[in-house]
Design a binder for this molecule. Sequence first.
Ligand SMILES: [Zn+2]
Length: 269
Amino acid sequence: MRRMYKLNQIPSEAQIKKHIRSIVFGENMFCPKCKTRNVVKQNERFWCRKCRTRFSLLSHTWLSNVKVPLQTLWLILWCWTQQVPVKQTGKLTQLSLPTIYHWFSVFRSHLPKDQETLEHLVQLDEAYFGGRNGRALFLGKQVGSRKLAYQILSHNHPCREHAWKFLHTYVASETVLNTDGAGIYEHINNWWPVYHNRDIHKKFEFARTSEVEGIFGVLRTFIRRMYHHVSCDKLPELVREFCVRFSHPEMFDSPYEYLLITLRLATTR
Ligand SMILES: [Zn+2]
């Protein structure tokens, strides 16, 4: 886990605006509505001569309603990208915990939502979160890659239909599939065309699912350390955050990298 507390490197308000301008608009300003470059600057705002839209740097992005100063936003985002726990982020920014939870949740909501299809060699396992009335989580990992796929059930009684649904949604046919010896995976290759290997834990066979079991451990540590605990209704978004962090670590190198991907996406839509 990285702990880079470079708090003295928060850019100035002007530098942040410059970053945002280059991310959202590139070299030359254009109208976010009609895309013409025929725009005029008026103080802090812009005006399109063609469609008469008035806009600012942020008005057509997901940051349009930001109420905190940009330097504060940058600091909260820096904390989130570097996995600074919620409480510690509150202390660093002098903001309330609900405010930090709110912003972390906003950042999370702009992460990519699509999951990739796993292929070649895949380990699949399930884990349980939230105690007696908790949820079952299926997690697949493509061995030798950073590709993950997951599915969360609304209950904690997975059966073969759920395993099959996971496979036909996220695992390519003709994949080599490794699972443990749980009954729900028995004869799963009759349900979906995979080459299936099972480990029998009672016989101390663990190697075939060791990578995905390791990921479950890292996921539990991530949730406990950063958010302290997770409620069942928040589990899906925290698991998604974790999986994107694992699969696309470059997005979390700095606030700039995160904004580069999420703000640019927002303007090309
Ligand atoms: Zn326009």
